[in-house]
Ligand binder design. Structure first.
Ligand SMILES: C[S@@+](CC[C@H](N)C(=O)[O-])C[C@H]1O[C@@H](n2cnc3c(N)ncnc32)[C@H](O)[C@@H]1O
Length: 247
């Protein structure tokens, strides 16, 4: 039989517990309009949902590899205070012209395949034109896959400088096979960004709609990648390590 001799501390704990329980309020109703973690489509279809979930309207957003602005095609221009820059227009994502801790969000989508050299992408002008793998040179002092990751890491450090505490970094990337070695770029980025002081909060998978092919197939060794990622990080300087949705 349970003893009725409760200590004063236990009584306080039990009362506090019952008060807490009574305060529990159930808000909201059922919905299927959820932002999902995997999409079949283009970046312009998915990116608005990620922004909606993680970045408050009116926020200052630096897209530091703006390119052709595909990400922004389905976002009304008055939704955010967008600052678009790119190496093509003279701004290196590793040396941004912004004050420290001045941004609410940084968007980063550098070239995510190594420049194979030779003729792999020769003639694929649309590919090179869009990704600028050779054009940017990834001036990092290292080669191939390491050059890809190096640019992500250096740009991540610069994003960390310009982001405010709890500011959001959205990164687009894709894994790659380089010299027959599987390189999980998204994992390497997560590890490096953790060391920079970011918390990895979410991961979105984008599955392309067209069928990837090769010009000369000998023997397939690895799965041909038809997916890429959006990774969401936030800068943690101090305070709670739990992410809070914006109101
Ligand atoms: C995959 S594309 C980005 C596409 C873009 N997100 C869009 O929606 O069109 C990569 C972009 O990174 C840019 N880039 C490459 N190296 C860079 C660097 N060091 N600093 C800034 N931009 C760079 C390229 O010029 C190119 O526009």
């Amino acid at each position: 039989m349970q003893s009725l001799d409760l200590s004063a501390t236990e009584v306080v704990k039990q009362v506090a517990g019952s008060v807490k329980k009574k305060r529990k309020v159930h808000r909201g109703g059922p919905s299927n309009k959820l932002v999902k973690s995997a999409y079949v489509g283009g970046n312009q279809d998915i990116f608005p949902d990620i922004m909606r979930l993680y970045v408050k309207p009116g926020s200052i957003v630096a897209d530091v590899t703006y390119g052709k602005g595909v990400f922004w095609r389905n976002i009304p221009s008055d939704q955010y205070q967008l600052l678009p820059t790119d190496i093509r227009t003279g701004t290196d994502c590793r040396l941004l012209p912004y004050e420290r801790e001045s941004m609410d969000c940084v968007v980063l989508d550098p070239p995510y395949m190594h420049s194979p050299g030779g003729s792999t992408h020769a003639g694929q002008t649309a590919f090179e034109e869009h990704y600028r793998n050779n054009g940017s040179g990834n001036q990092t002092g290292v080669k191939y896959h390491d050059a890809v990751v190096s640019l992500y890491v250096e740009a991540g450090a610069e994003a960390h400088r310009v982001l405010r505490n709890r500011g959001v970094l959205i990164v687009k990337c894709q894994d790659e096979v380089c010299s027959n070695r599987q390189r999980f770029t998204h994992v390497e980025i997560m590890e490096a960004y953790n060391n920079l002081g970011f918390i990895a909060e979410d991961l979105f998978v984008v599955v392309r709609t067209n069928n990837p092919g090769v010009s000369r197939m000998v023997k397939q060794v690895h799965a041909r990648k038809n997916h890429s990622y959006f990774l969401v990080f936030w800068k943690h300087m101090n305070g709670n390590r739990i992410w809070q949705a914006h109101q």
